[in-house]
Design a protein around this ligand. Structure first.
Ligand SMILES: [Zn+2]
Ligand SMILES: [Zn+2]
Length: 390
């Protein structure tokens, strides 16, 4: 008999702005409602909530392309998200978050949320957003796993391995009918990934030899910040954070601590004018900067100490004519490099490599794969084929 469960995808043949709706008879639940990236030719979905009833919206994580448009969902529809995701939208969109506060329920790994005939269970995943979830969705005739964005090389890789090989499978009674999976990096050059732990070890080597380091990563990536913090603390260095980004950087700490002790970078110091004190000269520092003139002045101030610059974002931000080129960041970098002794590039991807997609599929052995979050859904289907359960 044909399944009564229906999976609809909206704007899913691209990376970002994807929306998935799972329906069983009269119950429909949505996953994510974010913006397409500015480079998108497909755009964001304007879901017709009036015509197509939605009973609840679940968010996989706090990235803009997944949660950014929560304030466009009609009021009254219950929303479910991790506590840190709620905190993040309160920071990014305080008015919107206040208006929707009464409709938001925070959920944790293993919770069983019943929406009509459908049961949803969140599991902690490994991604560049703290508190990312994979969801098990159980309808009366189907077990579905929605991967959200994921990877298997961050601090949370061990947790996700365990979840994929055991807890998620158990929640599906050993039988996964469909995996809705991301496929962001399906055509990436298959270079080996640097793990977050590997990045931490590399940073330790740098800090062992260099007492003064300026470093750049987006302020909404607490995992990369943790990696550099943990490395700095090994050598007793100060860890400064630019005043302009101190609020978002520090707001993740209480949530991170709950998830894994490696995210505990409590001992950070808000700074916008480093004094040449005895303490600073003795201990040295790692300074998480943001892109502004004051931070550039701070770098220039330390010229005679030959500081190093660590760039922990995609390297193509700095290369003109590349799709991801960001001229303000590239200008800053070029100016900083006039006084810095050396630069280091270290970036951990938030997404699964082809090898990691295969590991996920091998663990879950679904009957069917539904690709989302990829420019090449057909390639994701082809990659999946050998792992499908007959
Ligand atoms: Zn995404
Ligand atoms: Zn993401």
């Amino acid at each position: 008999m044909a399944s009564k469960t229906i999976i609809n995808r909206y704007k899913c043949k691209q990376v970002g702005g994807n929306v998935t709706v799972i329906t069983y008879e009269n119950t429909s639940i949505m996953f994510d409602y974010g913006y397409a990236f500015s480079s998108s030719k497909i755009g964001s979905v304007d879901y017709d909530f009036k015509r197509n009833h939605i009973d609840a919206v679940f968010f996989t994580h706090f990235h803009y392309d997944h949660v950014g448009r929560f304030h466009l969902i009609p009021k009254g529809i219950p929303m479910y998200m991790a506590p840190v995701t709620k905190r993040h939208i309160q920071y990014k969109n305080p008015d919107g978050a206040a208006k929707y506060d009464e409709f938001i329920t925070t959920i944790n790994q293993g919770d069983k949320i019943k929406i009509g005939d459908i049961e949803v269970i969140p599991f902690l995943s490994d991604h560049s957003a703290l508190g990312s979830f994979m969801y098990v969705v159980k309808t009366p005739d189907m077990n579905i796993v929605h991967t959200g964005d994921f990877r298997l090389h961050g601090y949370m890789a061990k947790t996700l391995y365990k979840n994929l090989k055991h807890d998620i499978l158990m929640a599906c009674d050993g039988n996964v009918d469909t995996v809705i999976t991301e496929g962001t990096r399906i055509i990436d050059y298959p270079h080996p990934d640097i793990t977050t732990h590997g990045m931490q070890l590399k940073a330790e080597k740098i800090f062992k030899k260099n007492k003064f380091a300026f470093f750049y990563v987006t302020e909404i990536d607490p995992e990369s910040i943790s990696a550099f913090y943990n490395a700095a603390k090994k050598y007793g260095m100060n860890f400064f954070v630019d005043k302009k980004i101190f609020e978002p950087v520090s707001m993740y700490v209480p949530f991170g601590k709950e998830i894994d002790e490696r995210y505990n970078y409590e001992d950070i110091i808000c700074e916008d004018d480093i004094k040449l004190s005895e303490d600073v000269l003795r201990k040295g520092f790692v300074y998480l900067i943001s892109i502004n003139d004051n931070c550039l002045n701070e770098i220039y101030k330390f010229k005679k100490f030959k500081p190093v610059f660590i760039f922990s974002e995609r390297q193509d931000y700095l290369i003109p004519f590349m799709g991801n080129y960001k001229s303000n960041i590239a200008d800053f970098y070029n100016k900083a490099m006039k006084v810095c002794k050396k630069s280091y590039f270290m970036h951990t991807s938030g997404h699964a490599s082809r090898k990691e997609l295969r590991i996920m599929l091998k663990s879950l052995r679904p009957k069917k794969v539904v690709p989302i979050h990829t420019d090449y859904p057909l390639l994701v289907s082809l990659l999946s084929r050998p792992y499908l359960k007959k």
